[in-house]
Design a protein around this ligand. Structure first.
Ligand code: FAD
Length: 317
């Protein structure tokens, strides 16, 4: 959570190559990483996805990768998504009430946005190719939100691609001061918007810093999306957010196929199951792959208890 005083330091470490090599080589890390990451390869991700689908929840699978600096790596990321999509195409239960239960999430920086040359063009082309493959497989796509320097480009790419792929989802981060406005602009018919608090280290000029401010912004944004005409994807583990979602759904008269809860793999699993059992749609974000470092560090930064657990096991190992 943003109230964690160590959050900026951990998020800085999340981008440090030296810390990355130290932490990924610590023998104990692997066992803790498996709490948040479904596995290193596609079969592991598909096995985790199967268990989740069988429990009545939906999935969004993310092949871990970000800040790609080599064109070859960006092409490899696209190839992995294509392979994943062709395997997902064979899964039986594709839709419930018009909502696709199978989704992938992708970061434009994994597809090349951060390349030194032509990053935006490369990422846009790769994202278009990925959406074409997803369409053929009957799978939806949501483009993850990264740090604020990428927000304009990311939303522009999503808006452009939505001309061809109307189901393409965007992510808005409530900690950004701009997001209430983005919610108003994007809460249009058919638009799928994932609302999250935001997981990066952002300056005060663009982002609320205090936890209470972020939480209040989230609730304002949630209300705009719920009263709007789009399809809200409420990505939060926060009990206050979940309760508020249920209240708003009642007030505006949305049915179970007109919004969804989203949570991360391995976090509040019991709550995920409870919501699904009550008839709400719950989608679980399932990350996999070898590039788990940045994702893992952001999860540690969210919760002092996770960090303490990790540090203690490093010391006592
Ligand atoms: P918090 O206030 O952080 O947490 C509320 C409660 O949830 C905690 O008290 C605890 O009980 C539980 N909890 C939260 N985090 C953890 C954890 N790591 N370990 C154990 N328990 C925890 N961020 C982006 O910037 N871009 C994205 O594209 C993006 N996509 C996301 C997709 C999904 C489906 C989800 C659920 C989150 C996504 N996030 C993304 C991360 C998000 O921005 C937050 O950093 C994260 O969800 C924690 O915020 P919270 O709303 O759960 O509330």
């Amino acid at each position: 959570a943003l109230g964690n005083p160590l959050r900026p330091a951990i998020l800085a470490a999340a981008r440090s190559p030296r810390m990355k090599s130290a932490i990924t080589r610590a023998p104990v890390t692997r066992s803790i990483v498996t709490r948040f990451v479904a596995g290193q390869d596609r079969p592991a991700a598909l096995a985790a996805a199967r268990t989740i689908l069988d429990s009545g929840r939906s999935i969004s699978i993310d092949h871990l990768g970000e800040d790609t600096a080599e064109p070859e790596q960006a092409r490899a990321a696209l190839a992995e998504y294509r392979a994943l999509l062709s395997e997902l195409a064979d899964q039986p239960e594709a839709t419930v009430g018009g909502v696709r239960r199978l989704e992938v999430s992708v970061k434009l920086s994994a597809l090349g946005l951060a390349l030194p040359r032509d990053g935006l063009r490369v990422a846009r082309e790769h994202a278009h190719a990925l959406c074409t493959a997803a369409q053929a497989a009957g799978v939806w796509v949501t483009v993850d939100a990264e740090d604020h320097t990428t927000t304009d480009e990311t939303l522009a790419v999503v808006t452009e691609l939505r001309a061809d792929f109307h189901w393409l989802g965007a992510v808005l981060q409530a900690y950004l001061r701009r997001t209430e406005g983005d919610c108003r602009d994007l809460a249009v018919a058919g638009s799928r918007i994932r609302l999250c608090k935001g997981a990066y280290n952002e300056p005060e000029s663009v982002a609320y810093q205090r936890r209470s401010e972020v939480d209040a912004s989230y609730l304002r944004c949630l209300e705009i999306l719920m009263r709007g005409r789009g399809y809200p994807m409420v990505a939060s583990h926060d009990p206050v957010v979940i309760e508020q979602t249920q209240d708003l759904v009642g007030q505006v008269g949305r049915g179970p196929a007109e919004f969804e809860h989203q949570m991360l793999y391995g976090i509040r699993d019991v709550e995920q199951a409870r919501l699904a059992a009550e008839g709400d749609q719950v989608r679980v974000y399932v990350p996999y792959g070898a590039q788990w470092y940045g994702y893992f560090m952001r999860r540690l930064a969210e919760r002092p208890a996770n960090l303490t657990f990790f540090l203690r096991s490093l010391v006592t190992h």
